[in-house]
Ligand binder design. Sequence first.
Ligand code: DP6
Length: 394
Amino acid sequence: METLRMVTVVAPVNIAVIKYWGKRDENLILPLNGSISGTLSTNQMCAKTTVSFSRNFTRNRIWLNGVEETFENRRLINCLNEVRRRAKEQGKISPEELEYNVHICSVNNFPTAAGLASSAAGYACLVASLSKLYQLDGDISSIARQGSGSACRSIYGGFVEWIAGDKNDGTDSCAVQVVDSNHWNEMRVLILVVSENKKKTGSTAGMQTSVATSELLKTRVSQVVPKRLADIKQAIYNKDFKTFADITMQDSNQFHAVCLDTYPPLVYMSEVSHAISDLIHQINEEAGKTIVAYTFDAGPNACLYLLEEHVPLVLAAVNHVFPTTQNADTYFTGIPVTLDSQLEKKLPKIVERTPWDPNALRYTVHTKIGEGPKELTAADHLLGANGHPTPMAF
Ligand code: DP6
């Protein structure tokens, strides 16, 4: 039997601090404004993808989280076509191999239903693995962008900027690293997964309606984002947490204001989300300095950026206001942390607050800034020697 050429890659989630919202080209996925995000460590959350091609594969096939899907998704096809187009140009793959069908198998190690940027990690992983299979050189973020806009930022580690670009063909719309994952080594991220199952309008449809109807979005794109991009990059270079946090929270708030300015309005934050934002402002106020920032994407979950030294206190405060009846090991996931036992002494006003009924939060993830996609070894392949998913793929 022929040995299949096979590549397996893990790729990270990223959480924007300056949000991407609105496209100037739907097919190429070109944004109205630039954006910046932190790439999260793949130790806690990641997508994992195995790709292979063979003369024996009779059609293109894809399995996602153990279930076979049809190979009809326009964005998936655009990514594969662009990888093959570049591979042909670069000439390392034979014309015969370029014609072979592919098998793709991908899993997320976190629940996709939780709305945790799964498409960004998924498309970054798809494009990074295909690019290795087809031996591409050069920047691949502009290919990942064509799967899902935010995916282009998951191609690099650390803090990453997606340059909006202004060319019609999108060749200048790609991601660049602002700083690597070691630069602000103390930075931590807490994800608070809010208990709620309501189906919200997806990002793609939501931003289309915003572009068509929101006046505030126009002002945001032309008057607000350019300065914020410059200022937050400076704050990241200088490790100036207060400026970083202020801009992050203001940009999240403006993004949700644009959502409300959309007609009909898009409501992504829930009552619990607003209570979390309120709590964070109260923590900063009582601490006498800004020690934590929130940001919310197109869903109710909160993502908190904070420095390592403040994780035990902030998590103790969150846990006081949002108690849980769950076991600690399934509730506090990710990097281990011991809650600060001096909450009452350090933040007495928070302790005076009446807690919510238990289980408003489903679980928490403690993670940090990490690196971009990484190739794994044969032991991690999700496809077997016959090109079909192994038990690991389910
Ligand atoms: C709110 O990248 O999911 O998370 O390009 O249509 O696939 P498409 O949208 P997507 O939008 C993400 C929007 C956001 C903000 C951000 O990540 O910058």
